[in-house]
Design a binder for this molecule. Structure first.
Ligand SMILES: [Zn+2]
Length: 180
């Protein structure tokens, strides 16, 4: 007669449950209706998104004032605190930036890091730029993503599905920056 060890069955069930939740989470799809609307709007748009004054008025962090650059919130942040730096003039390649724009850019990056570092209590950042149509850029107008990185307790979604969770709504970040 087949003898079933209760402890072995229990271990099997626990492992199976772990595997099932891992598989479910790894195939998880997330619904982001704002991203879908943004993609639709982008397709129907004839002019450059970042050359639209209405977009700048809505997303600009006005406490950062520069001659050649805007600092904007990202409406679809990769992580909490995600800001963007864009040239005021429509430039699609690094080679199109002038010496004065480059010179001021170094000031902008340092200022943005300083403010985000105080706000998010970190000295770690991702600073990213996608250049050219095959790079995965979403808008041709040059835009750097500045993302503060914090060491934090990771939750189950982040561990199992390798998904980072954004908890701070972008327009709340804009308000936080204007109050600092
Ligand atoms: Zn543009």
């Amino acid at each position: 007669m087949l003898k079933i060890d209760a402890a072995a069955v229990e271990i099997f069930l626990v492992l199976f449950a772990e595997f099932a939740s891992f598989a479910i989470l790894n195939n998880m799809r997330m619904l982001d209706t704002t991203r879908a609307l943004y993609n639709q709007e982008k397709k129907s748009r004839k002019n450059c998104y970042f050359c639209d004054k209405a977009v700048i008025n809505k997303q600009e962090c006005t406490d950062f004032k520069y001659i050649h650059w805007y600092v904007l919130i990202n409406k679809h942040p990769y992580l909490d605190g995600n800001l963007m730096v864009i040239p005021k003039k429509h430039k699609t390649k690094l080679a199109q930036l002038s010496a004065v724009e480059w010179s001021e850019f170094s000031e902008v990056i340092v200022d943005v890091e300083k403010v985000l570092s105080q706000l998010f209590k970190t000295d770690s950042f991702n600073i990213a730029l996608n250049e050219g149509k095959n790079s995965g850029r979403s808008v041709p107008h040059l835009h750097w993503q500045i993302i503060p990185r914090k060491k934090k307790n990771r939750n189950a979604v982040e561990i199992f599905a390798k998904i980072e969770v954004v908890t701070l709504p972008p327009f709340d970040l804009k308000v936080m920056l204007s109050k600092k």
